[in-house]
Design a binder for this molecule. Structure first.
Ligand code: QUE
Length: 376
């Protein structure tokens, strides 16, 4: 086999006035639903840092090959292999992967030029990390956004500790616990999407950005906003799921402990409500350890800086890499595909506090932390 398709297409689109260009990154593993691997994250980070220092780059667009997914998650098969090899220690690959991925996510959050993310189709896990920090988050009528890590015994990372507790009311905690899916309407309602356009208009959006008469003296972000407003909307907007459930979500998630909130969601009568039924069932089958991690990260992350959140998440993710629950979750879902993970504890009440606390301890002292320099 001699396939050598690049995993990320790095391109520069000359704008009509030709003095300026738009950087374009296209995730290019459509058969893997563009799930982010280490090579992709490294290529994206390098290109973004180079473009940031160039005066002729007015904006960056991040999109993906294929219609089905912007990015369905991370390369958890490679993570699984590294965990098998490390036999209970922190796999060096995981440290490397999460350091690079979170640095990329952080760079997107703090970028000095506008970044447009075309978040059409599946946007989950690692894909949410790329979307959430961008200045211009475009969603479409095919968008399906979620943080589904409870299904694999991980937890909503890629900045979830920062953005989940900042969503309206208790929606972040609810979405993290249940892997609940947001469509384009929901994403704009909670503030994770900025504009909803028709999925068939990607090329026209790119043309409009290229043809815009860029004025480098004016606010570039405002110019992108104006261009995006001209992109046609879908004929039918997706039906809202979150807004009509807002007061119920806040009520169910008002408890002061993980067991309280989880049991409130699980015992709520959802008869006839498709969206809630699915959220409830995902939570019911999910990892009891993850339930505690989501509750705790939302508590802690709500009061932390973005850089501190990413530092906490490297600690948590590496602890997940040595603890076993995550390995078992990937095994059941993607390796053996038996869909029956053997979770370490039978229910959320059975997880000892000392087990939860271990995920929030750092394997590194101070400046030895892989992200010690982030934001400093
Ligand atoms: C929960 C998850 C993930 C998932 C499915 C879940 C996840 C993830 C992937 C995924 C999808 C496509 C791929 C791939 C991984 O699926 O985090 O390598 O090609 O990355 O139910 O958390």
């Amino acid at each position: 086999m001699m396939s050598s398709e690049p995993v990320v297409l790095v391109d520069e689109l000359k704008t009509s006035c030709s003095a300026y260009s738009i950087g374009r990154l296209t995730l290019n593993k459509p058969k893997a639903l563009n799930a982010l691997d280490l090579e992709m994250a490294g290529l994206m980070l390098d290109a973004l840092l180079q473009w940031q220092s160039r005066d002729d780059i007015v904006a960056v667009v991040i999109d993906a090959s294929g219609e089905k997914a912007f990015c369905a998650g991370g390369d958890i098969v490679s993570m699984y292999k590294s965990m098998l090899e490390a036999k209970g220690a922190i796999p060096p690959f995981l440290e490397d992967f999460f350091k690079t991925e979170y640095t990329l996510d952080y760079t997107i959050h703090n970028y000095s030029k506008p970044i447009v993310v075309w978040g059409s189709g599946i946007v989950m896990g690692g894909g949410m990390g790329l979307l959430c920090g961008a200045s211009h988050r475009v969603v479409t009528e095919t968008s399906r956004l979620a943080m589904p890590e409870i299904t694999i015994g991980l937890y909503p990372d890629v900045g979830g500790s920062y953005f989940l507790p900042r969503l309206p009311g208790k929606t972040g905690l609810f979405l993290g616990l249940t892997g609940g899916q947001m469509n384009g309407t929901d994403a704009c309602f909670v503030g994770l999407g900025d504009i909803l356009v028709s999925s068939s208009e990607k090329e026209s959006m790119l043309s409009s950005l290229v043809e815009h008469q860029w004025n480098i003296g004016d606010d570039l972000s405002e110019q992108v906003t104006q261009v995006l407003k001209s992109v046609p909307k879908p004929e039918e907007l997706p039906q809202a799921n979150i807004e009509p459930h807002m007061s119920l979500i806040n009520e169910l998630c008002s408890g002061n402990s993980a067991p309280e909130v989880v049991n409130a969601i699980l015992t709520n009568n959802v008869e006839g409500d498709k969206w809630l039924t699915r959220a409830q069932s995902t939570l019911a089958k999910g990892s009891p350890i993850t339930m505690h991690l989501v509750f705790e990260q939302c508590q802690r992350g709500g009061e932390m800086s973005l850089a501190d959140c990413f530092r906490m998440e490297v600690d948590m993710s590496c602890r997940c890499g040595e603890q076993g629950e995550f390995q078992e979750g990937v095994r059941a879902l993607l390796i053996d595909k038996d869909m029956s993970p053997k979770w370490q504890y039978a229910s959320v009440e059975d997880v000892p506090a000392t087990v939860v606390e271990q995920f929030f301890t750092s394997p590194w002292e101070g400046d030895k932390h892989p992200l010690a320099q982030l934001g400093r």
